[in-house]
Design a binder for this molecule. Structure first.
Ligand SMILES: *Cc1c(COP(=O)(O)O)cnc(C)c1O
Length: 522
């Protein structure tokens, strides 16, 4: 317990978000032979403190890479309790009597938030009406969604497999706003990644609805689209699709509409913000990821299915589905056997704060995100790529003088590829320098500049940084500290970047060896 609180308070990590060590160094630190003899608890506690020392604190407000703050005290307490309870939600009797009911109630609340039909739990009449399951993450929720949609269209797939289907099943989704889980699921489920039919993204990093419709209207030969993915908050810029429009298109073409609300799901709690997800109630299935933006720790994800009968198809003993005295959740949860009481954390959060309390946190976080975006802008160090719909934005390192050079140089088309390379390179250097210092953490990933904000073309990817705000509040002293680190890092890298841009302007190839960079040696 003391190790946990010391870690969260910062003492165990020298007041930094993390103490950086390379992969090799970390292996050196913890590798060892199978211990023949154990050590007493005191010695073990020292080891655990050492593990904490080398861990990343997502609960620190200077951690700005993902929204997974896990900062709810109610959820943390529930987590400790659930460890001691050690329930197994595969069954009610002999496994998890109270826990099964708690999870069912939580599922009912989540369905209500999405806008799905619900009934009071007191009217429970069997597993066929549950219509949701806990999973270990959005990746798994999306796997279950695809398996569910596939069997809804072709029930024979459970017996005959994919090869027994009269048509080739395909999923239509937009490229550039997609999550890797769809490709992974297509591979794992035997559809093959060729079963993904890609359509275009709009300049604001959402699915282009007309392009989705066109792909549905004209599928590849022999293929039958059975699912469309709508994105309620893409994982790069949090762009939210026009879900109502996609619902119309899906209805017209009679395909399953899945909404990936792993990020956007938290907005459902807020009366003020949930309007951005209008249309989600028409989805056939929805993935929610409370461990991503609802302040609870891993693992917490849910797949909700509008018509519970579609999930009930996975029942191991179909005759039990209509039994009002059967509460064995393990009968309808594909992929899982024994599993723990992970739902207690989200249940505790909602029980402690109420819907309105969670909404207040989500709204305050939104406000904090907007202020933090302004803080980034005010440093004069960055250029944004794409728009952000809620708590995450993407940007490159491009201090004002570099931006001016960029503008002049990009007039010549042939300099655009090397300019892109320079911007990417210094963005990478910036993110790494900052990360290794342990003072502030941004995300680093690749993104197309679909709206051509940088004037360097829309088709090739840039290395960009991402800022994601997972905390409702960041105090003034912390903001000040963040600003200082951002400016200092920028000033350190700027001379080399300007020199390289000028070289390019003079028509000379960039020479990596003349870079003067920090000791991090990226
Ligand atoms: C994060 C994410 C997922 C996967 O969730 P995990 O919890 O990491 O398994 C799926 N879809 C989207 C849009 C995501 O952002």
């Amino acid at each position: 317990m003391a190790i946990g609180t010391d870690f969260v308070a910062g003492g165990l990590r020298d007041g930094l978000v993390l103490n950086y060590a390379s992969e090799r160094e970390m292996i050196q630190r913890f590798a060892g032979p199978l211990p023949e003899r154990g050590r007493p608890i005191d010695g073990l506690l020292d080891e655990l403190a050492e593990v904490a020392h080398w861990s990343v604190a997502q609960s620190d407000p200077r951690y700005l890479a993902f929204p997974d703050s896990g900062s709810s005290v109610a959820a943390a307490l529930a987590s400790i309790v659930s460890t001691f309870l050690n329930q197994n939600l595969i069954t009610f009797d002999r496994g998890a009597p109270a826990a099964s009911v708690i999870e069912l109630q939580l599922i009912g609340w989540l369905r209500e938030l999405v806008g799905y039909p619900t009934r009071p739990l007191t009217e429970y009449d069997g597993l066929r009406g549950v219509g949701a399951m806990w999973t270990s993450g959005g990746n798994m929720s999306n796997h279950v969604a695809i398996a569910t949609a596939l069997a809804a269209r072709w029930p024979q797939v459970h017996r005959e497999g994919v090869r027994g289907l009269p048509e080739r099943p395909v999923i239509v989704l937009a490229r550039q706003v997609e999550h890797f889980s769809y490709r992974a699921a297509a591979q794992v489920l035997g559809l093959g990644s060729d079963a993904l039919v890609w359509s275009a993204a709009a300049p604001n990093h959402t699915s282009d609805v007309a392009a989705l419709a066109a792909a549905l209207a004209d599928p590849p030969d022999g293929a039958r689209p059975f699912m469309v993915v709508g994105v309620a908050g893409n994982c790069r810029t949090t762009g939210i699709d026009d879900l109502a429009a996609i619902a119309d298109v899906c209805a017209e073409h009679d395909v399953w509409f899945h909404v990936d609300a792993c990020h956007g799901g938290s907005l459902l709690f807020s009366e003020r913000l949930r309007g951005r997800l209008t249309g989600i109630e028409r989805a056939d299935s929805v993935s929610l990821d409370p461990h991503k933006g609802l302040f609870v720790t891993y693992p917490s994800s849910y797949l909700l299915v509008r018509d519970p009968a579609d999930l009930a198809r996975f029942a191991r003993y179909p005759e039990k589905l209509n039994d009002p005295d059967c509460l064995d959740l393990g009968l309808i949860t594909p992929f899982y056997g024994s599993r723990g009481f992970e739902s207690l954390r989200l249940w505790a959060l909602i029980t402690h704060l109420g819907r309105a309390g969670v909404a207040a946190l989500v709204e305050r976080r939104q406000h904090t995100f907007e202020e933090m975006s302004q803080l980034l802008r005010d440093t004069g160090m960055f250029r944004f790529v794409g728009d952000s719909d809620f708590y995450r934005c993407a940007f490159v390192f491009c201090p004002r003088p570099a931006g001016e050079l960029l503008e002049q140089l990009s007039a010549r088309r042939e300099t655009r590829p090397p300019l892109r390379a320079i911007v990417s390179k210094y963005t990478r250097a910036y993110a790494e320098e900052l990360y290794r210092s342990g003072a502030v953490v941004f995300d680093l990933f690749a993104l197309e500049d679909l709206a051509d904000r940088l004037g360097l073309g829309t088709t090739d990817k840039f290395d960009v940084m991402g800022m994601c705000v997972g905390h409702p509040d960041i105090d003034d002293a912390t903001r000040q500290q963040i600003t200082e680190h951002l400016v200092a890092t920028g000033e350190k890298l700027m001379p080399a970047m300007l020199a390289e841009l000028r070289l390019l302007g003079d028509g000379e190839a960039a020479d990596d060896s003349c870079l003067v960079l920090g000791p991090a040696g990226w």
